[in-house]
Design a protein around this ligand. Sequence first.
Ligand SMILES: C[S@@+](CC[C@H](N)C(=O)[O-])C[C@H]1O[C@@H](n2cnc3c(N)ncnc32)[C@H](O)[C@@H]1O
Length: 207
Amino acid sequence: MSRYWSERFSKEGMIWGSEASPSAFWAKDRFREAGVTSVLIPGAGYGRNTKVFSSDFTAYGVELSLPALELAAEWDPLTVFIAGSALEIQLADTIDAVYCYDVLHLFLAEERRRLIEASLAQLRPGGLLYFTVFSDEDSNNGRGTMLERGTYEYKEGKYAHFFSEADLREHFADTEILETGSWTERLHSRHNGIHQYILRYLLARTK
Ligand SMILES: C[S@@+](CC[C@H](N)C(=O)[O-])C[C@H]1O[C@@H](n2cnc3c(N)ncnc32)[C@H](O)[C@@H]1O
């Protein structure tokens, strides 16, 4: 997986452009209302979304791909980027919130469990989590080879887990779920033109 992303970041640079997802602004407002001061961003990419948080909070981005980290250091110098896996604990101290955009669906069941477990372990009690994932209503759901229940290799060498509302809630059963929903995300980039897909989100609090 890390080779796939590194090759893409090396070739395409800022793959999804420089504009942050509307979800980052929405999550930031919820975090601010809750008095958050520090945010962890697992699978931070080149910092497209971290920048929304680093302008107001202490922000930590965890990312495996070195080409992405090089882009991120330039694009968002205020975030502290950590080269490493989001499936493992990276911070010495707990933080107030986690924002994780389009990373959880990239993994098979065991690794999804580890990403959520690592995120929860780095949050303080009463901390907030905001995750986005591919929805089972997206047109790629069910395409190609099924690897596990709900997980499809929908393009050669590329797979994802497609979440129903119930499945998403089940993944976060150990938290207090505050809100879930879905929307159509539209991405504009120089290399790929306009691309859209259906995402689900979940806002939760640690117990
Ligand atoms: C679909 S991209 C999303 C990037 C970013 N969240 C954004 O909003 O632009 C998935 C990202 O997760 C990173 N990634 C994949 N596996 C990872 C892991 N185990 N630990 C940290 N980052 C990982 C990839 O390198 C890539 O940057």
